[in-house]
Design a protein around this ligand. Structure first.
Ligand SMILES: Cc1cc2nc3c(=O)[nH]c(=O)nc-3n(C[C@H](O)[C@H](O)[C@H](O)COP(=O)(O)O)c2cc1C
Length: 325
């Protein structure tokens, strides 16, 4: 399938794997790229620019297809070494960067000069328009359903995507709630040029996370996520567990007085414990409502091939047939 996004990134299928902390290692990125999508290494999971350079080299050894790097610009005081990470990306010959969080404007000239295409992740039309105005090549539009940080507007993709289509000139992919061929066709119908998936890619054979994480996603329904950190305006959609219940109880009790320090035990440093050790009650970890549509743990190639087969079936058989009544 050819779309503006497959052309932009030089990939076969319009499917991107979003950056995921402690999930987006070279193994997953390479598997997605080898299956014809765009795999993404999560930059900040690598503690230093040198570690990112090594991860890029490791991914390069596993695939000769294009892959990207996610750089999340955190609203923290002690900022990571972003210039170092940008240098590692450029020197590693990576041609796709998924930015997220704060405005990436400062980094665009260097990336563009090196021939890197930048897709910025946005949770609102106004942020997507801003990304377009500062020169991003594409945007990833994350609806309220998404795992991770859905922003504070709470607009689901059935509204957000067509609003983005009405407003944007640059291409965009639909992100949040995407799982299968139905999602892809719906996203295309709503104006997107492809899809970005997070949670769905965790429940795959190649995702380098503990089996208990994959099983938790398969076992979860669409009712099992919760929004945490809303009082801090840093809302995150996570899978419900005992730590999340504790965190929400603190939010209820402390109300407007809640500070980050109050919930540090439930959110800080929990990703390696969950993703690598399978310590499922260690804290809050991002997971989308789409868990309700995830029932198996296929290989990445089986998943992507199935999505494309299903999407083409819907377009050429089901939908094309509706025109001849
Ligand atoms: C476990 C997990 C960790 C994530 N970590 C990041 C991250 O570090 N940076 C980022 O930009 N997005 C992150 N995301 C968001 C994903 O890239 C993607 O936008 C989101 O998962 C899409 O929604 P879906 O889960 O419904 O597919 C994460 C998502 C998950 C599920």
């Amino acid at each position: 399938m050819k779309t503006l996004i497959t052309d932009m990134f030089g990939i076969q299928h319009p499917i991107i794997q979003g950056g995921m902390h402690y999930v987006g290692f070279a193994e997953l990125a390479a598997a997605v790229s080898n299956a014809g999508g765009l795999g993404i290494i999560t930059g900040l999971t690598q503690r230093t620019p040198e570690a990112l350079a090594a991860e890029i080299a490791r991914c390069r050894a596993m695939t000769d297809k294009p892959f990207g790097v996610n750089l999340t610009f955190l609203p923290t005081v002690s900022s990571p070494d972003y210039p170092g990470y940008i240098k590692a990306i450029i020197e590693g010959g990576v041609k796709a960067v998924e930015t997220a969080g704060n405005n990436p404007q400062k980094w665009l000239p260097a990336l563009h000069e090196a021939g890197v295409k930048v897709i910025h992740k946005c949770t609102s039309v106004r942020h997507a328009l801003k990304a377009e105005a500062i020169g991003c090549d594409a945007v990833s539009v994350d609806g309220f359903e998404c795992g991770g940080h859905p922003g504070e507007d709470d607009i689901p993709n059935f509204i957000l995507l067509p609003r983005a289509a009405e407003s944007l000139k640059i291409p965009f992919v639909a992100s949040g709630g995407m799982a299968d061929g139905r999602s892809l066709v719906a996203a295309l119908a709503l104006g997107a040029e492809g899809i970005n998936m997070g949670t769905r890619f965790i429940a795959t054979q190649e995702a380098p996370v503990h089996e208990k994480v994959k099983q938790a996603i398969v076992d979860a329904s669409e009712l099992d996520t919760r929004l945490v950190m809303r009082p801090l305006r840093n809302t995150e959609r996570v899978l419900r567990n005992a730590a999340v219940d504790r965190l929400l109880e603190k939010e209820r009790t402390l109300g407007a007085n809640l500070k980050f320090e109050d919930i540090i035990d439930e959110v800080a440093g929990v990703y390696p414990r969950i993703m690598q050790n399978g310590d499922m009650e260690a804290g809050a970890w991002s997971c989308g409502m789409v868990a309700g549509l995830i029932h198996d743990i296929p290989t990445v190639k089986e998943l992507i091939d199935r999505i494309m087969r299903e999407a083409e079936g819907i377009i050429y058989r089901r939908l094309a047939g509706l025109g001849h009544s």
